[in-house]
Design a protein around this ligand. Structure first.
Ligand code: ASP
Length: 439
């Protein structure tokens, strides 16, 4: 049995946090492969080392003096090394970084040094082998992650390795140039390593005790989700719920490896389990609620629309021709509505409207702005009657006008459209009816 453990930036922001991470690794001998992020914020006003590196490199690229900025980064690491009582010199590493910055090695290289250096420190602290991600995480020339090549390379490299630290967030092209994932990408590295070593679990240690049922900025102290399926998570993440990088799901999902989100500052909490499938009954009918503001609806009316073959395609073609993707398309007998992102649509609305007129010859088009979409997600909905009814009566009691509903055919989610101004009230009403007041 082996576990891959990834620590986020706030879990490694200082020597004190590093010690907590070290204790966690040592507490379970199965925690053999460790993937660190770069040091994050020590307090809300602090700056992440990754951001310091980007800023420092921007100066280097403009040919400006970046000594002070690099010294400040170095200080962050020195504080950790000293605080851990390690006899580790980073002199050679920083000389090399300075030289490469002057040679304009690129911002991907610059940002990757955050994880690289933290990996070296972590390996020294745990007495684990250091494996540079540039050797084992591979990218294709077009910038896409080379999943299969990486899996083979990583498996071979880690064969027979008892315990290793592999820095998160970056890898390299075939020619050795460093390339990073998008921000938060250490989550992806952890998942890739878990797949390669066929781990039993991928533990992702962060600063919260798992996923919350709803956004804590809207709901006071929401409950934590105990178990969530990959599919449910995709639905919630798409609607804005964040804790884990979206792309971190794919490598482990292929192997059926569960992800356990844990809290470095509360290691006894069980956190959230993200699994392929489970027979565990969810505590509530709904697993989570998430939503986003900033949508527009385009309502298209045409008498006898339902008998006109190809009407929907013509309407959507007008959106496609203008490079606009749509979110939902509920329809009635003589109407069809297309939900789009307001910021994308705004600049092109008149082209789209004239396109619809030209292609589909509708009777009337009406645009409504400032709408929000809310996803109520839960595998428990399939076997429970009356979920939609409860949602709508809760919303009606809170005086929220429902503009749209869309239930996915998988019965995993119900999407509700409301005015932006009703967004928070609607989420509170739904949370209350399913979590606070259980019938
Ligand atoms: N350090 C990188 C970032 O700040 C990657 C990560 O933490 O996952 O985005």
């Amino acid at each position: 049995m082996r576990k891959v453990v990834k620590f986020g930036g706030s879990s490694l922001a200082s020597a004190e946090q590093f010690k907590k991470a070290g204790d966690i690794v040592r507490a379970d001998e199965k925690r053999k492969f460790v993937v660190p992020s770069a040091p994050g914020k020590r307090n809300p006003d602090d700056t992440k080392v990754t951001d310091m590196l980007y800023a420092c490199y921007a100066l280097a690229e403009e040919g400006k003096n970046f000594k002070a900025q690099l010294a400040a980064i170095r200080e962050r690491y020195q504080e950790i090394v000293d605080g851990l009582g390690l006899q580790l010199s980073l002199d050679g590493e920083f000389e090399q970084i300075e030289k490469n910055f002057k040679d304009k090695a690129g911002d991907n290289y610059a940002a990757s040094r955050g994880e690289y250096l933290n990996g070296i420190i972590m390996a020294a602290y745990l007495h684990y082998e250091f494996v540079d991600a540039a050797e084992v995480i591979l990218f294709q020339d077009n910038g896409e992650f080379a999943a299969e090549e990486t899996n083979t390379r990583l498996r071979e490299r880690l064969q027979g390795v008892e315990a290793a630290v592999i820095p998160g967030f970056y890898g390299a092209y075939a020619d050795g140039r460093v390339k990073t994932f998008s921000r938060g990408g250490s989550d992806i590295t952890g998942s890739i390593v878990a797949r390669a070593v066929k781990a039993d679990v991928y533990e992702n240690w962060t600063d919260v005790s798992g996923f919350l049922i709803a956004d804590p900025r809207i709901i006071y102290k929401p409950e934590t989700i105990e178990t969530i399926t990959y599919k449910e998570l995709r639905e919630l993440a798409y609607m804005g719920a964040t804790v884990l990088h979206e792309d971190a799901i794919f490598p482990v999902r292929r192997e059926g490896i569960p992800i356990n989100i844990r809290n470095t500052n509360a290691p006894d909490d069980n956190g959230t389990w993200i699994v392929e499938s489970t027979c565990q009954k969810p505590k509530y009918v709904i697993t989570g609620i998430a939503g986003k503001k900033g949508f527009c609806s385009v309502n298209i009316d045409k008498d006898m629309m339902n008998s006109e073959i190809g009407f929907g395609r013509k309407v959507l073609q007008a959106f496609e021709e203008n490079g606009i993707s749509f979110e939902h398309v509920p329809s009635g007998i003589d109407t069809m509505t297309v939900f789009v992102h307001q910021d994308e649509f705004m600049h092109k609305e008149q082209q789209v409207v004239s396109g619809i007129h030209r292609l589909a010859e509708p009777d009337h088009i009406e645009i409504e702005a400032d709408l929000a979409l809310i996803a109520v997600v839960g595998r428990g909905m399939k076997s429970t009657r009356g979920t939609a009814g409860r949602i709508f009566s809760a919303l009606a009691h809170s005086n929220v006008n429902v503009k749209m509903i869309d239930q996915g055919s998988s019965e995993l989610n119900i999407i509700i459209g409301v005015a932006n101004s009703d967004f928070e009230t609607a989420i509170k009403a739904i949370y209350d009816i399913f979590v606070r007041i259980q019938i």
